[in-house]
Design a protein around this ligand. Structure first.
Ligand code: ATP
Ligand code: PAF
Ligand code: BAL
Length: 312
């Protein structure tokens, strides 16, 4: 896990190293962008990095598979870890380069230790009020608390001018925006559009669990959401549109899919509060989001994928 000695990218492993790096940026009056990731980098992550490179003097990418956002039965152990390839990917940006990669150990980020059992976690974990019990929050109760905790820690360590998230994990960025606002954290939360395969499937590190044919089949997720978007765009010219009508356009596409899937939720939510919406008002808009478990090829195992569409 090393970069070529000629690489200008600094690999920071401790909080102290990050703080020193950050201080040097401050002394040079350089703005800093932070892109938090769990690694297994793909073009979606790279779009966040490119944006940060454009908008800041310096960019740091964190790579940390955060245990506290996984429940004990989830895929923490199996989660793809491809640090060498990730470092290569981050070294290969054309033009302006990433300045630093932060790759902390678990003990660095969780000095009081950590257990995956949310009821036994000690130390300062960040509770998220409001939207934590809906959608992802209902399906993965530990998820928002874990994400809010690690992102707060990263913000405390890096103090970036801007922090970058992807539209794909819509509920995550809504939670983070609320957290930054409510805890009066001095950073700008930037959200970048979802990068997709040419056939529509949202890029995701967990796609690595699927074969190419299984990924192609999973493209039905985007096809279905896009059908809902088209319906909304056609009927929303100055009018509110009933959420149930949007859902009624989306569901048949899923039902015609030629594989067995499990839908955890399909919801039309307010873009800022994530409250369930009965009607979508043009100008206010909505997030139509879904979590689907799609089968791996030749296996009973199902992989959980997220996607969403932003209605304007
Ligand atoms: N397809 C994508 N387009 C744009 N941003 C993305 C995309 N996929 C992930 N991101 C963003 O990259 C950041 C890091 O995400 P993460 O490392 O968890 O990757 P991921 O692909 O979302 O992984 P997972 O499969 O675990 O959901 C998050 O802000 C996430 O929203
Ligand atoms: C924001 C994040 C890096 C926190 O671990 C993670 O949830 C992710 O990659 O989306
Ligand atoms: N991108 C979301 C990270 C997670 O599912 O844990």
């Amino acid at each position: 896990m090393t970069l070529p000695s000629s690489s200008p990218i600094r690999v920071l492993r401790t909080i102290q190293q990050v703080r020193q790096w950050r201080l040097s940026c401050l002394l040079n009056r350089e703005s800093v962008g932070l892109v938090p990731t769990m690694g297994a980098l793909h073009a979606g992550h790279c779009s966040l990095v490119s944006q940060s490179l454009k908008e800041n003097d310096r960019t740091v990418v964190s790579i940390f598979v955060n245990p506290s956002q996984f429940a004990p039965h989830e895929d923490l152990e199996a989660y793809p870890r491809t640090l060498d390839t990730d470092m290569e990917t981050l070294s290969n940006f054309k033009g302006k380069q990433v300045d630093a990669i932060f790759v902390p150990k678990i003990s660095e980020m969780y000095p009081s230790g950590i257990t995956l059992d949310v009821n036994k976690q000690k130390g300062a974990f960040v509770s998220v009020l409001g939207c934590s019990e809906q959608l992802e929050g209902a399906q993965r109760p530990q998820f928002f608390r874990g994400v809010a905790t690690i992102v707060t820690k990263l913000l405390n360590v890096v103090t970036p001018d801007q922090i970058y998230f992807g539209q794909k994990d819509a509920q995550q960025y809504v939670v983070i925006k609320n957290l930054v606002k409510d805890l009066l954290i001095n950073t700008n939360v930037r959200v970048m559009p979802t990068s997709r395969e040419s056939y529509g499937l949202a890029l995701s590190s967990r796609n690595a669990y699927l074969s190419d044919p299984a990924k192609k089949r999973a493209a039905v997720i985007y096809e279905a959401l896009h059908t809902g978007e088209e319906y909304y765009n056609k009927h929303s010219q100055g009018n509110q549109v009933k959420s149930s009508e949007i859902i009624e356009r989306i569901m048949p596409i899923f039902n015609e899919a030629d594989f067995e899937f499990e839908m955890e939720y399909l919801a039309v939510s307010h873009p800022e509060s994530l409250e369930n919406l009965e009607y979508v008002e043009p100008g206010v808009g909505a997030i139509v989001s879904t979590a689907i478990r799609v089968p791996k090829e030749n296996s009973d195992e199902k992989i959980r994928l997220l996607d969403n569409i932003l209605l304007k």
